[in-house]
Design a protein around this ligand. Structure first.
Ligand code: G6P
Length: 468
């Protein structure tokens, strides 16, 4: 079996005992690396004060070599905060209004990708299989190819891919498309994203579809296919089942004093639709006076990318809105929204999901959304809660037992909350049973294996995410 080399912007380092950090993706990739031996390379998360980028920090842990690259402050500003998170992220989430293109950021993005390639190339053996992750690193394969590497190189995009009309607003869209065409396999979360990508290739005659998932562009034949990412379903369900042993889970239940719980969990990001969701919850309370004092909405929202101005704006907007709604609706013994700006450990979170009658997952656009999958996995099979899910999350293509909503339609989301809270147990069980077997079968290990199989050239081209 070939060695595996994983490259991602962030590298989830194991703790001192060697255990993978919480999170299905880290666990699955680390398991694949342990099995085959290999390297996980990425940004160290640190920035050096000087303008010059410093070297590479190599750490061995079992069969895995971690290779961590420090970036200069300028690199981080231009590559990470600039081009990746003020251009590619908003663009791929259909937010042209928030896209702020600057040539110097674009140059920084390509410069850091070249640097990663230069640091990586000497570590690569001829039959290593290379797997690059996410929008920060699209040009990496092209850089490695220029250095003469002939290895199999795959790319997986964790976020949505936009239609041609959106992508082509990016001045360097051709270079980005050329970057993707340099891989042997390009993986997307949903069929919709893969179709958008095919549309981008065809629109300006950049490339052509050869059939069976194969494309030709810039003189290179490559495969593009769909690999919906998932979670460690069985382990997460078990964590939820045993979550009672956490004192915090017990205290939370006590503090609810019999009220229904609605839960939302997101990084503080404009793509997550948090303000729309708070407005929909407010509408629900106003339209359903009986629910006053009887329902609590817990929104867990760790801060994210605070160095990017749009995220600071978002933090203020959400905090103000949650404060205004609480001020308007609270009584002395009931606070409708509990708004928490910190992350919560996975096993406690699993317990909170299980306690919640409703999982409210309403992003305006999302590649997949693993919170939706975690919410379903965490439910008590005898008495499951109801998932309300945005039709614009990749997960909506698979989770057909959810109440699908348009997050821009405040009344519709408010109605869905009312419907979920009054849904009879048989209907809830039926909906949950529609989803859970699919999640158990298609967990994150399955995702990892199918991508690697396809990259090795043995995978089949898939149809829709969810077989009928
Ligand atoms: C999304 C992206 C990941 C990213 C994560 C956290 O899930 O797809 O690549 O790591 O957000 O964002 P951050 O900017 O903190 O890495």
């Amino acid at each position: 079996m070939s060695r595996l080399v994983v490259i991602s912007n962030r590298v989830p380092l194991p703790d001192k005992s060697g255990a993978a950090p919480a999170g299905g993706l880290a666990v699955a990739l680390q398991a694949a690396l342990e099995e085959r031996g290999g390297i996980w390379m990425g940004w160290s998360g640190k920035s050096t004060s000087g303008r010059e980028t410093s070297g590479i920090d190599i750490r061995e842990q079992g069969k895995i070599t971690y290779a961590l690259v420090d970036l200069s402050r300028k690199d981080v500003e231009e590559y990470y905060a600039g081009f990746a998170n003020r251009v590619l992220w908003p663009l791929c989430h259909y937010r042209l209004d928030l896209t702020d293109y600057a040539r110097k950021d674009m140059a920084g993005y390509f410069r850091v990708n070249r640097l990663f390639a230069q640091q990586l190339a000497p570590l690569i053996k001829p039959d290593d299989v290379i797997w690059v992750h996410d929008y920060h690193l699209i040009p990496l394969a092209a850089e490695l190819r220029q250095m003469g590497l002939k290895n199999r190189i795959g790319f997986f995009l964790h976020i949505p891919w936009p239609p041609a009309d959106v992508l082509f607003t990016l001045p360097v869209h051709e270079t980005i498309m050329r970057g993707l065409a340099s891989y042997d396999l390009v993986g997307f979360q949903t069929r919709h994203d893969a179709e958008n990508f095919a549309g981008c290739l065809k629109r300006e005659g950049i490339g052509k579809e050869l059939g069976q998932g194969l494309f030709e562009a810039y003189g290179h034949v490559f495969r593009a296919d769909v690999f919906p990412i998932s979670i460690e379903t069985a382990a997460f369900a078990e964590a939820a089942r045993t979550s009672r042993r956490h004192a915090l889970v017990g205290r939370m239940r006590q503090s609810l004093a019999g009220r229904d719980l609605i839960i939302g969990v997101d990084r503080l990001d404009y793509s997550k639709g948090i303000t729309n969701r708070i407005e929909a919850f407010e509408r629900f309370i106003v339209n359903n006076p009986d629910s006053r004092g009887r329902v609590t909405f817990l929104q867990v929202t760790p801060k994210s990318r605070s160095e990017v101005p749009e995220y600071g704006d978002m933090q203020r907007m959400v905090a103000e809105l949650a404060g205004r709604v609480n001020g308007a609706l609270s009584t002395v013994d009931w606070t409708p929204i509990r708004y928490v700006n910190r992350s919560i450990g996975r096993s406690v979170l699993a317990g909170l999901y299980r306690m919640a009658q409703v999982g409210l997952v309403t992003p305006l656009r999302d590649g997949m959304n693993l919170v939706a999958k975690e919410y379903v996995a965490a439910q008590d099979p005898e008495n499951p809660g109801v998932l309300i899910l945005s039709r614009f999350a990749g997960a909506a293509r698979e989770l057909d037992g959810a109440l699908l909503v348009n997050p821009y339609d405040t009344d519709a989301v408010s109605d869905a909350i009312a419907r979920a809270l009054s849904m009879p147990i048989e209907a809830r069980r039926e909906r949950w049973n529609q989803m859970m077997p699919h999640l158990l079968e298609n967990d994150v290990s399955h995702w990892c294996e199918s991508f690697l199989k396809a990259l090795a050239g043995h995978g089949e081209t898939k149809g829709d995410e969810r077989p009928a």
